[in-house]
Design a protein around this ligand. Structure first.
Ligand code: NAD
Ligand code: 6OD
Length: 495
């Protein structure tokens, strides 16, 4: 089976197929698309390109596995044990998957091997464990009637994920969906198809019945993505990606009144008060702006700094940003890698030009780093910061999704909060202060689903995760994920 999926990294071009009904298959049309390493521009994989016909096969397989197969009927303990084996299968391939995730995205290996792949395994462990402890209510009316409720799987879940944390964000959906007893048709992003394709062989080894997990590769609009969202036999849709895509998917889902869970774009602020610990602020904002090349929905590309420390912050932040190490993403010493793709690089650098035209002043960055071949052809971009901005500029309002930030001063707490809230997004925010009362006060006033105080991207999978306003619909995490992927049914018994 292994040979069908791909050859080994750096020994040839990978052959990524679709995984339908427990088997690796080509697209019915025979079409493939190219997947390149963005750090070098080299071709790394030929990927089977699914369209409506392939998605229909995948949905039929998932439907059959749900209606006739053992998966939804298994005991929770049996399902949990299989999902634990999936986690073990990911862990057993930790080095290989980390390397492939870095090759596919351009991210440093130290991130894929410490964040992406370990978290992907943990997503399965966490939900395999959690599902064992959820129960439902019983409401006895009197001695004549008894109500009890059951949580049942929704059916076939459609899961569509983006390219920035490919396996992490896909498994964040798959693990709870499967734990609840659903079957799944999923589609990874077209820029990053590789690591997801391994889940097929891992699932087979773990004993997941055929048809329970189906992986289609391909594009979004009018292609594999739309085919999932429009398919009448897909019962719910979990999507992570851009806000505009979320709007298109919502329209498609409305036709079948499918439930949706959306984790969408962000434009978070870090609100930095003058009393904050500046060493901590610099180390955390360097992470929150340049981790994963700034390609993180939770990133805080709007740095709002109280005026007394503005100049000092800018100086120290610039020094720390310029100390980040570019290089081969597979080198442990590399701390900032390549953007995901040349097309995305053009989009991000386009925003740098827009910001200049709008009158923002470039403080640092804005160009490619000098790198030796073959990385001279990669989509690398230096950490970039603009000052002298006003909040109506596009660079302050639109999601750039790259290592490009704005730094703006504020005077009062009210002003800091107003600036933080003055965007259409509401995913995350970070507050830096030593004043406990202010921290609580400001956290409550910020319109975002996730607020970190004196830290960033600290995750506990039990906590609610999701965005307000144009950053999403619904919350996932812990029991909330299990609620999305299940239907509550009440049964009333006359005694
Ligand atoms: P994207 O919306 O372009 O694509 C995401 C996925 O949707 C891909 O698999 C794509 O093929 C598919 N798709 C695109 N159009 C579709 C359509 N019409 N119907 C069905 N599927 C479709 O997003 P991206 O560029 O891959 O990812 C970056 C975006 O994701 C950013 O906006 C980022 O903020 C967001 N994101 C959000 C979170 C979160 O938790 N809120 C997490 C990660 C990324
Ligand atoms: O940690 C998570 O569960 C999560 N969904 C992270 C999203 C990061 C966005 O880029």
């Amino acid at each position: 089976m292994l040979q069908e999926v791909r050859t080994r990294p750096r020994t040839g071009i990978l052959d990524v197929k679709l995984f339908i009904d427990g088997r690796y298959v080509d697209a019915k049309s025979g079409k493939t698309f190219s997947d390149t390493n963005p750090a070098t521009g080299e071709l790394i994989a030929r990927v089977a390109e699914a369209d409506y016909a392939d998605v229909d096969l995948a949905v039929k397989a998932a439907r059959r596995a749900f209606d006739e197969g053992p998966w939804p009927k298994m005991t929770v303990a049996e399902r949990s044990a299989i999902l634990m084996k999936v986690a073990a299968g990911i862990k057993a391939r930790m080095a290989e998957l980390s390397e492939l995730e870095s090759l596919d995205t351009g991210k440093p290996i130290r991130e894929s091997s410490h964040l992406d792949i370990p978290r992907s395994a943990y997503n399965f462990e966490f939900f395999a464990e959690l599902i064992k402890y959820v129960g439902t209510d019983c409401n006895p009316v009197d001695d004549k009637f008894l109500n009890y409720s059951l949580r049942e799987p929704v059916g076939v879940a459609g899961c569509i994920s983006p390219w920035n944390l490919p396996l992490l964000l896909l498994t964040w959906k798959l693990a709870p969906a499967l734990a609840c007893g659903n079957t799944v048709v999923c589609k990874p992003a077209e820029f990053t198809p590789i690591t997801a394709s391994f889940l097929g062989e891992i699932a087979n080894e773990a004993g997941l019945p055929p048809g329970v997990l189906n992986i289609v590769q391909g594009f979004g609009p009018n292609a594999a993505g739309s085919a999932i969202t429009e398919h009448p036999d897909v019962d719910c849709i979990s999507f992570t990606g851009e806000t505009t895509t979320g709007k298109a998917i919502m329209k498609a889902a409305a036709e079948g009144l499918k439930e949706v869970s959306f984790e969408l774009g962000g434009k978070a602020a870090a609100v930095i008060f003058a009393d904050a610990d500046l060493d901590l602020v610099v180390s955390q904002t360097i992470r929150s702006t340049f981790l994963n090349q700034g390609e993180v929905c939770l990133a805080s590309p709007r740095l709002l700094v109280q005026r007394p420390i503005f100049d000092e912050f800018c100086k120290r932040y610039q020094a720390a940003a310029e100390a980040l190490v570019f290089g081969d993403p597979l080198d442990e010493a590399t701390s900032i890698g390549s953007l995901v793709d040349k097309e995305h690089y053009d989009r991000v650098t386009g925003y740098i030009e827009i910001a200049k035209k709008e009158g923002a002043r470039l403080l640092f960055g804005g160009e490619r780093p000098n790198l030796p071949a073959p990385f001279d052809k990669g989509a690398f971009l230096k950490p970039t910061a603009f000052v002298d901005v006003n909040n109506q500029m596009r660079i302050c309002q639109e999601e750039v999704f790259g290592p490009v930030v704005t730094i703006a001063p504020f005077d009062t707490e009210d002003e800091g909060v107003a600036l933080a809230n003055d965007v259409k997004y509401g995913l995350a925010a970070t507050i830096f202060t030593r004043d406990l009362q202010r921290a609580h006060r400001v956290a409550r006033r910020i319109r975002a689903g996730i607020v970190w105080v004196n830290c960033w991207f600290v995750r506990d999978l039990r906590t609610p995760f999701g965005g307000m306003r144009e950053s999403g619909i619904g919350r996932e995490g812990g029991r909330l994920s299990l609620e999305f992927y299940s239907e509550l049914k009440n049964i009333c018994i006359a005694l």
